[in-house]
Write a protein that binds this ligand. Structure first.
Ligand SMILES: O=C(O)CCC(=O)C(=O)O
Ligand SMILES: [Fe+2]
Length: 237
């Protein structure tokens, strides 16, 4: 597992973290670029793994289409058509496969601590084991009912910033109970390294002052995972 390393936070293997002992995951960065999936499978299995590669490739291609459809609808509904190409070309994709062990005792245990995603959009697909919870506007946690026929689409902080707060990135977490493991796979659209996230001027007016100075996603991530970021109000993830 430790072969799946990345110098970017939360892009490679994550596991054995004392705060979230049930959680383990692996990541494939820039998953739609040629050769990325094969280099991952060649790293993890000495003979590669064509069937895993094919599944991840199909998942990523199809889900990236869904990501684009949803983003186009949102950009259009905000009247930002003239930024459509810029926005759509500003991202690339990371895939993560994640496992949450069943808790050792009868008590429910935290699988993943409460967080907002830092990227643009996240599309999640899980097995039928309940665990994902989302926070409502008034601070209540609600379980997201697992369904093999649906995908969960979440907004990340970078889209919140780009829309100058018009769309919200919701807090979510995973709580595990029972005796079955939860598996999930997620496709994250993430701003490209060189892209500067800056809210279009149409999103800024007297009633909506600029919330965030323009920034580059990786610098935000580096700060978030730094000592300074962690010791603020921010949590582990
Ligand atoms: O596995 C899940 O259901 C949630 C995963 C998640 O929130 C994340 O990877 O950011
Ligand atoms: Fe998340």
């Amino acid at each position: 597992m430790l072969r799946n390393r990345s110098n970017k936070p939360y892009h490679g293997y994550v596991g054995q973290v004392p705060m979230i002992p049930l959680y383990e995951s692996l990541g494939i960065d820039d998953v739609l670029s040629p050769g990325k999936i094969e280099s991952f499978t060649n790293l993890m299995w000495s003979e590669g793994n064509p069937s895993f590669s094919k599944s991840v490739e199909t998942f990523s291609e199809q889900l990236s289409e869904l990501d684009k459809i949803v983003r186009k609808m949102v950009v259009k509904s905000l009247g930002l058509e003239k930024y459509m190409d810029e926005h759509m070309n500003s991202t690339r994709y990371l895939v993560r496969v994640q496992k949450y062990d069943a808790p050792k005792s009868q008590e429910a245990e935290i699988g993943l601590t409460s967080h907002t995603d830092k990227n643009i959009f996240t599309i999640l697909y899980g097995n039928e084991v309940k665990g994902l919870e989302a926070m409502t506007k008034d601070g209540q946690w609600i379980f997201v009912e697992p369904s093999m026929n649906s995908f969960i689409v979440m907004i990340g902080d970078s889209f919140h910033a780009w829309t100058n707060g018009r769309l919200h990135s919701s807090y979510h977490r995973v709580t595990m109970a029972g005796d079955e493991a939860r598996y999930s796979i997620a496709l994250f659209s993430i701003p490209k390294p060189e892209y500067i996230i800056k809210a279009p001027k149409e999103m800024v007016d007297e009633d909506h002052p600029l919330l965030f100075n323009p920034y580059v996603h990786i610098k935000f991530m580096e700060f978030y995972y730094s000592e300074a970021g962690r010791t603020g109000v921010l949590q582990m993830l």
